[in-house]
Design a protein around this ligand. Structure first.
Ligand code: NAD
Length: 260
């Protein structure tokens, strides 16, 4: 039997980048990913891609900072499948600016998508996981859950915050066999990173090539980007763990940029 046979995983931000890879990989191992994203067209396209390969998937329009939209999306999944085994709280954005130039509205927007989004989706899913006495929550952290970089004040703050949320959910969820863990990737070439390369070059007054070589990959052991596949491996590892032995943890997948 496949590792995730008929298990249902809500993956937020799964219409693109890392979330999309997680959805594809979950489906390839027999699971049913719910592609929950702001961008419904792209979510539908991902679901169609999975169905085209013989799997099952469900696209849901969800703005993770909208409590009603989150609750409706989760209710739709329960109505359709009657179970939620895994939540991957992955939706995120990036905005780069020095603290002195950071607009308050952008600070709040970034914190809200990463932290309010994680809270609201966790709260909505836990109810069903607790009733089933089983579940796994995986948060998409970052090396920035452990380390700081200039220009990324709210992102670093939010990603550190997810570790705290994870630890609380691990403690509260234990009685219901619900686990919570965090995956912390280094730089992965997705639209989120492609957008910030020219922005960082402008802010730092260096070339885009230098941003990649001397900022993003500077501290890796081999100058390599982490891939969406590398990240999906870690998410599926946490999602598939079979006991509370593996809970409240964070794993860094970054070509050695950050070593614990
Ligand atoms: P991406 O831009 O490729 O995908 C992000 C997805 O999230 C998009 O489909 C977007 O529509 C969706 N999204 C954005 N705001 C949303 C909202 N309010 N509600 C629902 N969906 C929303 O980005 P990515 O690189 O795949 O990033 C995914 C996650 O991985 C983020 O949390 C990011 O911080 C984290 N991460 C990325 C990297 C990297 O280098 N790419 C490294 C570490 C962590």
């Amino acid at each position: 039997m496949a590792r995730f046979d008929k298990k249902v995983a809500i993956v937020t931000g799964a219409a693109s980048g890392i979330g999309k890879e997680i959805a594809l990989r979950f489906a390839a191992e027999g699971g049913i990913p719910v592609i929950a994203d702001l961008n419904l067209d792209a979510a539908n396209a991902t679901a169609a891609e999975i169905k085209g390969k013989g799997g099952d998937a469900f696209a849901v329009a969800m703005n993770v900072v909208d409590e009603d939209a989150v609750n409706k999306g989760v209710a739709d999944v329960m109505n359709k499948y009657g179970r939620i085994d895994v939540l991957v709280s992955n939706a995120g954005i990036q905005i780069v600016k020095p603290v002195v130039d950071f607009a308050f509205a952008d600070w709040k927007k970034l914190l809200s998508i990463h932290l309010d989004g994680a809270f609201l989706t966790t709260k909505a899913c836990l109810k069903h996981m607790y009733a089933a006495k089983s579940g796994s929550v995986v948060y998409m952290g970052s090396v920035h859950s452990k380390e700081a970089s200039q220009l990324k004040a709210p992102y670093v703050t939010a990603k550190h915050g997810l570790i705290g949320l994870c630890k609380v959910v691990a403690k509260e969820g234990a009685a219901f066999n619900v686990r919570a863990n965090v995956v912390c990737p280094g730089f992965v070439r997705t639209p989120l990173v492609d957008k910030q390369i020219p922005e960082q070059a402008k802010e730092l007054g260096i070339s885009e090539e230098d941003v990649v070589k001397h900022v993003m990959l500077k501290d890796t052991v081999d100058g390599e980007f982490t891939t969406t596949d590398d990240v999906a491996d870690c998410v599926l590892f946490f999602a598939g763990a079979r006991s509370n032995a593996l809970t409240g943890q964070s794993i860094v997948v970054s070509h050695g940029w950050f070593m614990q």
